[in-house]
Ligand binder design. Structure first.
Ligand SMILES: C[S@@+](CC[C@H](N)C(=O)[O-])C[C@H]1O[C@@H](n2cnc3c(N)ncnc32)[C@H](O)[C@@H]1O
Length: 230
């Protein structure tokens, strides 16, 4: 298992064309594609929550436990992160998929926690500048048609002194697995609208966000990132 921590804002480039952000950026879905894909998958994603908890739950908990104040969960999907955001925080989730938001509503009720959900494009958030103390997002930059635009919006709505917490997946640091991801990248994108070999740290380094901490887990596939508005 890979566990690499970067606290100095440095980024790491894995030398594969599959991790090339320009090449990855050519795989872009439209918002309609994304809605259609998740209309089909929302129920399955919700039912797979126990597996998610097993594989990714501890990383979600470790990162999102740090969320404070008014918290925006960008591309909240089925509301999986609500379980990991402290009860003392005010949870606001947005997503472009009505089907995923319906599952998120069920999840908030199951958890018995308050919160607000809204259908919204991550690349054009309908919030004023500096509206949130914490912005979180998970497993999402791989799906956004224009991930840099979405990171720009997270930067904009996060207040000065606040934090942006991202839990993202990307190309494995285990070369064999990384090559498999490169090989299947187009097929994976066709089915899931997900660029699974896109490198999240490279994206963040190209955004306005100021990277503060990053650690990579689970065969180098999952990266936890703490950034501040730049
Ligand atoms: C793989 S799911 C991740 C959901 C959730 N964050 C999680 O960790 O389980 C990706 C989500 O991104 C949403 N999404 C993709 N593009 C979006 C956009 N431009 N604006 C808002 N949501 C978007 C999809 O609808 C989907 O719910």
């Amino acid at each position: 298992m890979t566990d690499t921590t970067h606290r100095d804002g440095s980024t790491r480039t894995r030398g594969s064309a599959g991790a090339d952000p320009d090449r990855a950026a050519r795989r872009r879905g439209s918002l309609d594609d994304i809605r259609t894909t998740y209309a089909d998958q929302a129920d399955t994603v919700a039912r797979m929550r126990p597996l998610d908890r097993l594989l990714v739950g501890r990383y979600r908990r470790r990162l999102f436990d740090r969320a404070t104040g008014r918290v925006l969960d960008v591309a909240c999907g089925t509301g999986t992160n609500a379980e990991y955001v402290p009860e003392t925080a005010e949870y606001v989730g947005v997503d472009v998929s009505p089907a995923m938001l319906r599952e998120a509503d069920t999840e908030l009720r199951r958890l018995g926690r308050g919160g607000t959900l809204a259908e919204m494009d991550a690349e054009a958030l309908a919030f004023r500048d500096d509206s949130f103390e914490t912005v979180i997002s998970s497993l999402s930059t791989c799906t956004f048609p224009d991930p840099l635009a979405a990171l720009g919006e997270m930067n904009r709505v996060c207040e000065p002194g606040g934090q942006v917490l991202l839990l993202e997946h990307g190309r494995s640091s285990v070369e064999l697995l990384g090559r498999f991801q490169d090989w299947r990248a187009d097929a994976h994108f066709e089915k899931h609208r997900c660029r699974w070999n896109q490198e999240p740290l490279t994206l963040v380094s190209r955004s306005d966000l100021a990277l503060r901490e990053a650690s990579t887990k689970l065969l180098g596939v999952v990266t936890a990132i703490r950034a501040e508005p730049g």
